[in-house]
Design a protein around this ligand. Sequence first.
Ligand code: KIV
Ligand code: ZN
Length: 526
Amino acid sequence: MTSQTDTATDKNRVIIFDTTLRDGEQSPGCSMNLDEKLRVAKALEDMGVDVIEAGFPIASNGDFEAVREVACTIRNSTVCGLARAARKDIDRAWEALKDAAQPRIHSFLSTSPLHMKFKLQMEPKDVHQAVIDSVSHARNLCPDVEWSPEDGSRTEHDFLCRCVESAIKAGARTINIPDTVGYAVPDEFAALIAMLFNRVPNIDKATISVHCHNDLGLGVANSLAAVQAGARQIECTINGIGERAGNAALEEIVMALRTRHDRMPYTTGVKSEHIMKVSRLISAITGFSVQPNKAIVGANAFAHESGIHQDGVLKNAATYEIMTPESVGLHRSTLVMGKHSGRHAFREKLKELGFALGDNAVEDAFKRFKDLADRKKDVYDEDIIALVDDEARANDRIKFVSLQVVAGSKGPQLADLELEIDGQVRDIQARGNGPVDATFNAIKKLVPNAARLQLYQVHAVTAGTDAQAEVTVRLEENGKTVNGQGADADTLVASARAYVNALNKLMVKRAKTAPPETSARGAISA
Ligand code: KIV
Ligand code: ZN
């Protein structure tokens, strides 16, 4: 349970507010379906995140359902839903949140001169009144209300102070100051927070939060500077995903506070050992792979290439490591099992890796594990993770069955494919300009679609030529993008699985009937 007392009594406790499912999911290509959102929410709860922003309920029926499901499932973290400063937005958010153990409504309205004039086309006095009305309305429904002045870092100070004071008076418990366009620099942003503490008379009645975008690569630095100036909530996302250049990265914030406790004596409730697992989950679901040199979670973050460094680390790890790989949940790849391993050992391994699967899903994953172990000498934890991620698609309407491809320099390349579509197995042959093209042409023949292939990406799950390939396929249709993933020791099978996964997601997207309020999504530029 988020320890309210912890955060209330420990003045150095920083509340971690994760917005991966809202601001993160909002970025192009990052969309997740309901099951995926639930998996992410559970992983965030297990990791000890205090607040999970689960979505923007009025944006679409899909967003509403996702927030409702997360609200009904999560018991130990506060579940938050975003709403514009309009009664219908706030009512819809409350409808989605009302069964949460700890619900929070997060309402926002732009306050910068630029946004008020061009985006809202409202006078400052009307914006100020809308702040009071919206927060009061939200507070009548929900005891925990957060208010954000969008584009707060570019808002005129007098007006910002007036709006913050009124929002607190109207009942907001948390005031979140966004650097919506990632324009601030650390000393300036810290001064803005200090200014609010100096000038807003009732500031002690609220927790001050910050929400920093990363357009200049300063999201984390700005967030930490704000904490040093008195902020006690940071809004962030896993792997820093989010609109444009993304949001401040949760893992960097948590590890910076932990590693440099000497300079920043603040704590969070995050169990940092979960970081790698959650990071991998997000990149597997969204298809946004983490750059190798990314701080904390990049593949090279704990790798030592130069001989001098390796020698130093062997003598004493602290020579070149400021934190241990174990502290972020990174363990040396362990050989899990071979082809003689049984169901029991497989189940135990799934448990150890943090997967809670039903019997049917375990059985399907076990079959694929056996198949992999037949073809691949060493099976590592990463292989199991990729395989289970791939297997967690039991509800898909289109399922991969088999693939036979004629490839090589003598051509023509030919794919012979079987798919199960709505329970019926169908097969087809297709040619192409190379084996991947032939495979995708075969899928298109069985599932005709006009989606544009935006990205085709292959990465090896482990080292070695027998490594599993993890493929990401990004498709675009009428401005909507989806990412599909597939894993297999055969790159072409992984490619077919990824394409099929993307098509399933596209169908879910199409099927979502969006109400007229869908334009709410467009109303936030962040
Ligand atoms: O960046 C931003 O301003 C936002 C708000 C909705 C908090 O995401
Ligand atoms: Zn944002």
